[in-house]
Design a protein around this ligand. Sequence first.
Ligand SMILES: Nc1ncnc2c1ncn2[C@@H]1O[C@H](COP(=O)(O)OP(=O)(O)OP(=O)(O)O)[C@@H](O)[C@H]1O
Length: 448
Amino acid sequence: MNLVEQNWTEILNRVKEEHDILDVSFETWLAPLKVYKVEDNIVTILVPSQQVGLDYVSKKYKLPLKVAIAEITGTNYEIELLLPEEIERRQKTEEDIITSSNAGLNPKYTFDTFVVGSNNKFAHAASLAVAESPGEIYNPLFIYGGVGLGKTHLMHSIAHFILHNNPKSRILYATSEEFTNELIEAIRNGNNTAMSKFREKYRNIDVLLIDDVQFIIGKESTQEEFFHTFNTLHGAKKQIILSSDRPPKDMDILEDRIRSRFEWGLLADIQSPDYETRMAILRKKEELDGYNVGEDVIDYIATNIKSNIRELEGSLNKIIAYANLEKREINLALAEQVLKDMISPNEKKVITPEFIINTVAEHFNLSPSDIIGSKRSSKIAHPRQIVMYLCREFTGTNLVQIGQLLGKRDHTTIMYGIDKIEAEINNPSNTVTEEEIDILKKKINPPK
Ligand SMILES: Nc1ncnc2c1ncn2[C@@H]1O[C@H](COP(=O)(O)OP(=O)(O)OP(=O)(O)O)[C@@H](O)[C@H]1O
């Protein structure tokens, strides 16, 4: 017990004496006050009556209480007066926090921070449906997809959602490796108590989430134990959510009785994100972390890092960390420098005619609309012909399509433009065009 609680009666009496409070007032307002807790230099006092009591006591007795507490304990505490309902609400929130962290959940992995794109739309909808009605519709939910594509993020989102709706839900998230290791430990202990504790942990719950379940393949006793865990929970209508890097049908040496159980509920896959989703994920991350990174930098990352969202986020983090460390501005040059090792040669970016138009326009100090437009001055016609040539070099676009993109020009015009540039490149007495093309090729498709 702390000094405030120890001396509480004396503190109240001190207030009564010093302020000459009549018995009736003392009994009504002061005597019912209780110390709820003393923490971080704050004394929280419970006012066990209605709002009127709280308002009145705060106004009239808060300062006298503060002074009396300071005089008697020798510490200058802040005073907080609360009604029982508020204390109950706070306790509940504290419990919530304890439950989610006990369940091994990452607080950042929620539906709010998950960007929905065409690659994960189905898995997201399935996850939300399960989160809204656990144990009722899709059981198990089996989410599969390649490395770093958001399976864990979705699983944690489901768990957070369920906990938010029902803080008393018993939720357990574990990787299949953790499940295996704990099982091995229980078996090694060789006594029944360790094994019952293990079973109690995994079977006496409302929601079980097992990540990367592919790792149980080939581990006989793990599969056996998992099989029984699954049956117990499923039989009791408890929700099971599993993730894996591949669908059950591709889990070669998985026992059939387990494979069929994986397929009982709903299978949902996550694919690699498309460009728009990659951009949206980077923007979301930037927003969540409170940074302001230019569009060109975000575009550079999204164009070059395609297959793994963890790497996508990692690239942005790396650029930001580098800029902070070196006290440099976050711009494209920095991004290129920082990421040069991450962008592997086989992560070739897709070069579009639009990209070529923009690059050429910028190089010649023109706008893209000049290139597409109808002006025929040589200042514009020459870069336009270069665009035609580069489109044929870098993209699969045919002459008709290039013509369409360049202000609906006829394909013979395009053919003429390309021939002209080729002739200039091959002219040994004038190397200007050749040099221009050389620089532009490097800008469009930088050597790795
Ligand atoms: N759609 C998304 N929106 C926002 N962030 C995402 C999305 N998908 C993935 N991420 C982020 O990408 C990172 C990797 O995701 P996660 O760990 O969930 O992948 P995983 O599929 O479980 O990978 P692994 O196969 O390695 O277990 C995480 O930081 C996650 O928050």
